[in-house]
Ligand binder design. Structure first.
Ligand SMILES: Cc1ncc(COP(=O)(O)O)c(C=O)c1O
Length: 340
């Protein structure tokens, strides 16, 4: 089996590995022939670890590993008001004993209390982060860097993490996950035709692509549904980040545009704006499996996967793996569309 040695990169363990791979028996029984004989499995990155879990923990293992190795006492990051990355940075820094500051922009046009004060935003406070809220068009990274400089001038050692934790160091988390999936695949005696994920800041897809390419596997095995950027930009981001991650890993291997398997058609009118197919997917998963997709990322991605399966994109008898990336607290910020 191909392997990838990432042991030289410092890592702060936050995820209980391997996260389980499970069949969706309830959903399969419910949808019957509509699945065209395709078996859908899920990898439970939504449940393993601290702070209500999610894909950001795998990135934070490497980001905080590097920060701690450099003697950092403070981490600063950026995101939207309901950012899962911000919430998990707050949880992980609490666990690691670092101070945390979050610069959150009001990028989704909502002012109601569910959105502004519940879900992830409630948990940011509970985990003890210092939160700075900014208008939707603010340059949050510039504000974060200015604050980092001010804290450094006071003698603090500060690390700033980019949006979604998707720097090459953060992407190592999903290169590592690619090795985990291959090992589980072999142990379970399965072959996956596709590994599917949601795409926001591109790091999860890019990390999977880098991990697969570094192990000389087909990078197109990983596919993402873009929910933040429009398709051309999302493609360019995955390509850039995958190659930057390969460079960090230290291999000569690089990927090209043809290696990026990405679909932007299930994003709907914009980031964080509900779509009808997302609502169907979230309810279907909840009511047939007792599992939670989130309204911003995995709900739209799973809607895209269901569309593809129904349309006959995958042959009968094939198995597809959907990465459950978490975002559970976001449900409580979308009571207006999910209630009832
Ligand atoms: C719940 C959830 N799923 C998927 C993603 C997408 O991950 P990435 O930002 O690495 O593309 C994110 C973050 O953006 C997320 O919070």
């Amino acid at each position: 089996m191909p392997t990838l040695d990432l042991a030289r990169f410092p890592r702060l363990p936050l995820v209980t590995r391997p996260t389980p791979i499970e069949p969706l028996d309830g959903l399969t029984a419910h949808l019957g022939d509509a699945l065209n004989g395709v078996r859908i499995f899920v990898k439970r990155d939504d449940v393993a670890g601290i702070g209500l879990g999610g894909n950001k923990l795998r990135k934070l293992e490497y980001l905080l590993g590097a920060a701690k190795a450099a003697g950092a006492d403070t981490a600063i990051t950026v995101g939207g008001i309901q950012s899962n990355h911000a919430r998990l940075t707050a949880a992980a820094t609490a666990r690691a004993g670092l101070a945390c500051e979050l610069f959150l922009t009001r990028s989704v046009p909502r002012q109601d209390p569910d959105y502004t004060g519940n879900g992830n935003r409630l948990l940011d406070d509970l985990f003890g982060a210092t939160v700075h809220e900014l208008p939707g068009d603010a340059d949050s990274l510039a504000a974060a860097e200015a604050r980092a400089d001010a804290l450094r001038a006071q003698g603090r050692t500060v690390y700033t993490f980019p949006s979604g934790g998707s720097s090459p160091t953060g992407c190592l988390g999903y290169a590592n996950c690619a090795t985990e999936i291959l090992a589980q695949t072999e142990a379970l005696g399965l072959t996956f035709t596709q590994i599917v994920t949601a795409n926001g800041s591109a790091g999860t897809h890019a990390g999977l692509v880098a991990g697969l390419a570094a192990m000389a596997c087909d990078p197109r095995l990983a596919k993402s549904f873009a929910v933040l950027a429009e398709e051309p930009r999302a493609r360019a981001e995955v390509l850039d980040k995958a190659n930057a991650t390969l460079a960090l890993i230290g291999t000569e291997r690089r990927v090209g545009p043809e290696d990026i398997n990405l679909d932007g058609r299930h994003r709907g009118p914009g980031y964080g704006i509900p779509t009808a197919s997302m609502l169907v997917a979230v309810r279907l998963m909840a009511r047939t499996e007792g599992k939670l997709l989130d309204p911003v990322y995995s709900g739209k991605a799973f809607a895209g996967l269901l569309h593809d399966v129904r349309a006959g994109l995958y042959p009968a008898g094939s198995s597809v793996l959907f990465l459950m990336t978490g975002g559970t607290p976001g449900i409580f910020a979308y009571k207006d569309v999910l209630a009832g």
